[in-house]
Design a protein around this ligand. Structure first.
Ligand SMILES: Nc1ncnc2c1ncn2[C@@H]1O[C@H](COP(=O)(O)OP(=O)(O)OP(=O)(O)O)[C@@H](O)[C@H]1O
Length: 297
């Protein structure tokens, strides 16, 4: 369903690759978490799947298509097969919950009769029955994320990508959101979720892929948020060998060895590039202007 073959991605003006020789496959219908420190490459993986940006080298296959061979006019069609959910919801503020979801169908030319049927159905599915006429600011954070999920799922994408969807939510609200994502996965959609939400990962017990500096350091089928190496860091034990030492030095989470200054720099870089990221749904269907990044498409 999604395959990365020796993918390296180096952004312009960066000496270190965001992803380095990454090879990984996600099967149809799978639910996988991407975990790792800020700047480890999780969002870059999601952007590559959406063809928002291109790899520097290597190949990516999504739903049977080699993205490097996908002509630009076919990119919107690719994105129709992929729903996307963000940490900050990205709803259109002047449109109601119903209209936000409706808009996703309108831009792909769905007939009015189908829109009328599908929007209430999906709003019910995410637990928003009776709240379709509310504007985003009249909804709680959890409810806004439900609208965003409804919008991403309304045309039944084969893949749902979620970038820290519970990052702005309290644990109980986050749990509700995770239940919806699990339900969507049960219905056959492949779900890939980048997250720092330890509880969500541990509760669902799905595949966990951990990235450190653009490398996969762990890939477990029924994984937990922290791997065995992280636990040894927390308990103070120092693993033997260079690789283990290096891994520990890059440990993403509390344990005494996370490189706080590096993380801060990465966050700074990210905020600089925030404008390049995918915005509201209307922009999501537009072609990526790779020239802004100075990349060769
Ligand atoms: N558009 C961009 N231009 C330049 N560098 C970028 C861009 N996007 C990401 N990077 C850099 O690529 C690296 C990986 O970033 P990425 O956003 O993929 O990490 P992440 O694991 O998703 O982080 P977070 O958990 O904070 O979302 C970082 O060093 C980051 O600064």
């Amino acid at each position: 369903m999604i395959r990365f073959e020796h993918v390296t991605k180096t952004y312009q003006r960066k000496s270190v690759p965001a992803l380095a020789d990454l090879s990984l496959e996600f099967e149809r219908g799978e639910f996988a978490f991407l975990v790792g420190a800020s700047g480890s490459g999780k969002s870059t993986m999601l952007r590559l799947i959406l063809k928002e940006t291109n790899p520097t080298s290597g190949s990516i296959f999504v739903a049977g298509k080699d993205l490097s061979r996908l002509s630009s006019w076919k990119v919107p069609r690719l994105r129709r097969e992929i729903g996307m959910v963000f940490q900050d919801f990205r709803l259109l503020p002047t449109k109601t919950a119903f209209e936000n979801v409706e808009f996703a169908l309108q831009v792909i030319g769905t007939p009015r009769s189908a829109v009328k049927k599908l929007v209430p159905e999906v709003l019910d599915m995410v637990g928003l029955e009776g709240k379709g006429q509310r504007l985003p600011h009249e909804l709680s954070g959890g409810e806004q994320q439900r609208v965003a999920i409804a919008r991403a799922y309304v045309n039944r994408p084969t893949i749902l990508l979620a970038d820290e969807p519970t990052g702005n939510l309290d644990p109980e609200t986050a749990k509700g959101i995770m239940d919806i994502l699990a339900d969507i996965n049960e219905r056959g959609t492949t779900v890939l979720m980048a997250t720092h939400d330890e509880k969500a990962v541990n509760r669902l017990s799905k595949r966990v892929v951990e990235l450190v500096d653009g490398h996969v350091v762990r890939d477990e089928m029924r994984g937990h948020y922290r791997g065995a190496a992280d636990e040894s860091v927390i308990s103070g034990a120092v693993p033997d060998g260079d690789a283990a030492g290096e891994r520990q030095a890059s440990a993403p989470f509390p344990g005494g060895s996370a490189r706080a200054s590096d993380v801060a720099y990465e966050r700074f870089d990210e905020s600089a590039s925030e404008g390049e990221r995918m915005g509201d749904l209307d922009r999501a269907f537009e072609e990526t202007d790779e020239r802004e990044e100075g990349e060769i498409a």
